[in-house]
Design a protein around this ligand. Sequence first.
Ligand SMILES: [Zn+2]
Length: 227
Amino acid sequence: MNFIQDFFDFFIPRICPSCKSKLDLTEEIICRKCFLRLNRVSEEKILTEFQDKFKKDRIVSDFMSLYYFEKDKEVHNIIHEFKYNGKFRIGFFLGTLLACNLEAKIRSWKIEYIVPVPLHHIRRAERGFNQSYFIAKGIKSVLNIPIAANLLKRHRFTNSQTHLSIIERRENVKDSFLVKKNKKISGKNILLIDDVITTGSTISECGKVLLNSRAAKIFAISVAIPH
Ligand SMILES: [Zn+2]
């Protein structure tokens, strides 16, 4: 296996998506130096984020995230390479990190389906893939929970949310999603996956339609949240 990897590395060197240095044989996806610099979210931060983003709406029962999303830092660089340069293996790797680090929490939620936050089909065609789906695949590979990728549909195209306020974001994603297979989710606990959860409005909107279709409980996980 190492010989084969060595052989490929010689012709197509594997590069760290953050610092762009060449990966050695023992490094997977991200170099060791950048990996050690990934800034993990504290438990206190998770609690205040849950309070701020989800508690009032009572749609999402609990949520977790692993890293801080800070401009020009490692997590930002890695997610950018993943989303905008088509490096979907990074997404799978991030999914495995989520699952390994948050396994006890996720197991305690008794999840029946993992649902990646869907993209509108125009955006998916632009990007070539749905980033959340690859994160979900990484989680599944560790925890063996089935993915229901076609359960939700994003039927309304929304412009980028980057420069919108919390209220504008909420308005922007309102009624953007619908449930395609109602019967499947009745009484089930669902785990929503996104790369970055910023205001939580996209997750809440997805959760709302799932609860309206009689899902039991909604949980959410992202790779990162803003600092
Ligand atoms: Zn690096």
